[in-house]
Design a protein around this ligand. Structure first.
Ligand SMILES: [Zn+2]
Length: 185
């Protein structure tokens, strides 16, 4: 909803009557003002009551489905919307570690490769990006193994982003690349 609030004034300026965004159907039911339907509907009622000439519409997608949609329909956009969470001062040493340990695993210029946003994007790429066919098996293995260790470390603080869509796709990637299942919790 925060994103819609930011975009709405610009959309009105362009003459749009609707903002179409990703719906967050998997968000916790107790999380207020998320992208769940009940809050989108509430937001539309507020906009109408204030006579703001725009409404929000949404398509419910899991976090990983959005990466898949972009790779299928707008692959060149993904590098621009992958918002790495690492501070710029840490990004270079983290990238150097990826270059040392998984040299054929391709990172976008904007990526550190290790934060939650980069892992979500790279997991999606592993499953749906034809460019990943050129990655050496040992580098794919490095990504999957380091992610297996990283998940329990981050579960407490990143649970909302990891459970659901991310874990389902992670298990799919383990099966695709014939890794044994490594429990995340
Ligand atoms: Zn990152």
């Amino acid at each position: 909803m925060f994103m819609v609030g930011l975009v709405a004034p610009l959309a009105i300026e362009f003459g749009a009557s609707k903002v179409l965004i990703e719906g967050f159907s998997e968000t916790s039911k107790i999380e207020p003002f998320s992208g769940q339907e009940k809050w989108m509907e509430y937001f539309n009622r507020v906009l109408r009551s204030l006579n703001v000439p725009i409404q929000v519409d949404w398509k419910n997608r899991g976090e990983m489905d959005v990466v898949k949609d972009l790779l299928i329909n707008r692959p060149s956009w993904l590098s621009h919307v992958c918002n790495c969470f690492s501070a710029p001062c840490y990004r270079i040493p983290i990238r150097e570690s990826w270059e040392r340990n998984a040299p054929t695993f391709p990172l976008y210029d904007s990526q550190c490769g290790s934060c939650v946003k980069c892992r979500i994007t790279n997991l999606g790429r592993l499953l749906h990006d034809p460019a990943m066919k050129r990655v050496q098996p040992e580098d794919i293995s490095y990504f999957l193994k380091t992610t297996a260790k990283w998940i329990p470390d981050k579960w407490e603080t990143h649970k909302d982003m990891l459970e659901g869509s991310f874990m389902r796709e992670y298990v799919k990637a383990l099966k695709k690349y014939h890794h044994e299942y490594l429990s995340a919790k």
